[in-house]
Design a protein around this ligand. Sequence first.
Ligand code: ADP
Ligand code: MG
Length: 454
Amino acid sequence: MTNETWGQVREELIKRVGKHNYATWIEPLKLSQLKNGVARFEVPTIFFGDWVQRNYADHIRSQLTSAGASVDRVEFTVGTAPVVTRAAATGAAKPAPKATRARAAEEELPGAPLDARFTFDSFVVGKPNELAHAAARRVAEGGPVTFNPLFLYGGVGLGKTHLMHAIAHELQARHPELRVLYLSAEQFMYRFVQALRDRQVMDFKELFRSVDVLMVDDVQFIAGKDSTQEEFFHTFNALVDANKQIVISADRAPGEIKDLEERIKSRLQCGLVVDLHPTDYELRLGILQQKVDFYRNQYRGLALADGVLEFLAHRITTNVRVLEGALTRLFAFASLVGREITLDLAQDCLADILRSSDRKLSIEEIQRKVAEHYNVRLSDLIGPKRLRTIARPRQVAMYLSKQLTPRSLPEIGRRFGGRDHTTIMHGVRKIEELMTTDSQLSDDLQLLRRLLQG
Ligand code: ADP
Ligand code: MG
């Protein structure tokens, strides 16, 4: 057996494992010895050898054997030290070299800092976030992995990041020995690109695969970013295989993220997928009451009139971040001018927020979002084409216009290229009818509604 034969075997392996895997895992292997049925390769790191052993050793062995080399065992060495793989580390085998593992653990995790305020204690639970909260609590116990990943999704400002940080805080308090890594998908990509540039992809892989709990926030960000997706997929699989907990968040359900590879979507759906619903009045009021307790301490002696919190909870329905911002501003303003916080003061001081919360959704916005969602041209959506691929989205837009705006049927008809009000009524009815039987359609409607109402 010569290196030339190994060259031929490598050609075969490209076909077996795919170009990408080949370039990452097979190409760097150096055949250092082949005798007595043992093929020995040099690898750059312990992690690398471990990974190749578990995933590609069988391929390599069978290809070498078909090339006439009769190999029973494939071994990997870093320099001259043999790699003890997890699979082989049973019985009399030595444990993995401590030094390397420990060094990886001492390295600073490339995560994002945690916000000290985002704890379970400060998270107000209500109907819309009940399930998400319960699932997050379960993960934070740090017990055996029961669902993987936990996938949290929902519109902006509904508490996804808050819950993820709360999980991290709790885990750190209960299990300080666990390596918990929290970061945004954007940071994940940034680190990956940096590692590519600095030729440190192996270190990157090693680091991400060495954590016990991985949390990636706003994963929709990697949609359409091919190499980052690929890397994320491998990291994800490696951790799931090793029974490590993963928590992911996104602004929509896995199946609704455009330009995300199918295999990633389906892996994301394998665990527990929970959505944070838009807040309801009770939850908003609860959140305000909790924050007020905090402000009362900070601004002692500031009076708050009855009904102000109820007014805010009623009027500011966009998201919790806006709600909090309103309260902060209100207290700061009142303390500055030394006045009691009354309804009048609130209306004055928050005029802009209240106005934008009041902002009516327009038919044009609905048409634009629907066209975008179904990937049809806006002009076609409004125009006369009768193709089903356009007619159905058009009816969806009609239905949503009726539901989400106060416009009359003739008014809506006018915005849909001057159609008759009976056409609009027919479209609305059609969707109402289909909605009950077509689950894809009802998912679409739910998503569009959420996107439009933010
Ligand atoms: P998301 O990540 O979903 O966009 P965040 O977690 O950043 O939203 O939440 C936005 C703000 O609203 C944060 O300051 C967070 O503390 C607060 N918030 C959201 N939901 C709740 C809740 N249920 N209880 C208390 N604060 C909340
Ligand atoms: Mg967030």
